[in-house]
Ligand binder design. Sequence first.
Ligand code: GLC
Length: 550
Amino acid sequence: MKKILILLITLLTVAVQAQKRPEWLKKAVFYQIYPSSFQDIDGNGIGDIKGTLSRLDYIQSIGVNTVWFNPLFKSAFQDGGYDVIDYYLVDPRFGTNTDLVEFIKDAHKRGMRVILDLVAGHSSDQSEWFKQSKEADNNLHYSDYYIWAQVKPNDLPPQEASKWVEANAPRAKYYVKNFYNSQPALNYGYANPNPNHPWEQSIDASGPQAVRRELQNIILFWMEKGVDGFRVDMAASLIKNDPDKSATIALWKKLTAWFDKKFPEGVLIAEWFNPTQAIEGGFDIDFYLSGSLFSSRGRGTQTPSRVYFDKAGTGDFATWYKTYIGHYESTAGKGYVSVPTGNHDNPRIATATRNDGPQLKVAMTFLLTLPGAPFIYYGDEIGLKFIPNLPSIEGSNVRSGERTPMQWDNTQNAGFSTAPIEKIYIQQDPDPNRPTVANQDKDPSSLLNFVRALLAFRAKSEALGNDGEFKMIGDINEPYPLIYMRTKGNEKYIIGLNPSDKPVEAEITTLNSVRVKYSFGTNEKCSYKPGKTVDKIKIPSVSAAIFKVQ
Ligand code: GLC
């Protein structure tokens, strides 16, 4: 009897652990906002929290229910806010801590949630922590928050060597950075400290322990103000010299277990780009970008012909898919692999020649029918275009083109700001016919209304939802049309996509179903004909369909 009881308790604990994700995540649809570029209310040409608040009706109208803000904390803005000066303070350009709390309250009243960006791996070199750490006295509170060395060894592997910045500070000659020089890496310690390298502290040393506590304090501070979780920037970067990431995963396991216990309704999303590792570390979600399917490296005016989402119809799907499916399979049931529509680091889906409604609807059908929580990057729902060759703003470098301000209407600066055009954060799309919310709102055939309808369709279906299973049905080496299935229980959908400008058809092993019905898509001429041994799917040029299997 006792043994059975123990077994039952163990089984129950395992079940609870496996289900630690909050219930709301199952229906979560995220909307990523780059705050400088969304809505400016005080007329200085830069977006702010109050401006964003004034657009919550619109945000909600898309069918998303969770907002993720790119960094809002006090920053030197040498990397668009990813160089934080004070983690406990909203940057004055965006408003105040009170404004953020007001935003969260309003969002919560609507049943929406708010996620902040947590830059865990590095701060700004202008933070008080770093300033103190630079001082000659190395016994101060923040002394060991960073990694300092007097001599740079000449046998460092090139990638690591490039992270050493010559500072000539009173404390020491070099510090280790994470991204730009202005972003010194916080000291979470080294996986296997080399005794001959005094700067390599163990993860249990007092400096790394203090940094870890600080991170927990920041999390507590904002969770207590009502936020619903964090997207953790460069989450894989914390522990140094950790090639297989085992020490970093172990650290995150501890942190996420602590977080889940304290905040069972909170979520932690990694920017790790390795969902298998991130989810093992206890994250709820990690990203897997669709860049190679959409030509992220192009950044020009042409999409190369090997890009899958291109009218040429000669693109490669298999390479992207093989890694994707590996991550999906290793994390299924444990966490989400999310493929965002875009983000602030990569060109938008509306890039170069892939810029019209029909093409973007096909792309959106793909992105919003994958498993895992969808992430819509602000503006992608109206086909805001990637603008090539813009000057670098606040460390954006080549990334300005995906950070241009939102286009609301046909007034000055597309309704983003009343500031003179030269004061606008980043130059907007100069095209007089640029897409706007106002134009698309009233056009039933617009991308915006398509995205709304698609999200509404998805929301009604368990199979198409975040937890529905995913299975590739078509041949990934002949991906025009691309055919995959989403299932939950008895509910089944087949998705057929054709980004090419030629009509295409495919045969698949029959599903033996009585009826397969076109239920949603861009073109009612998409057809699915069940047969005895094979089923035939026809998708006209640049079209997408969701078929219900009955
Ligand atoms: C992440 C951010 C990126 C930033 C970098 C350094 O990759 O998404 O915008 O520049 O981290 O913080």
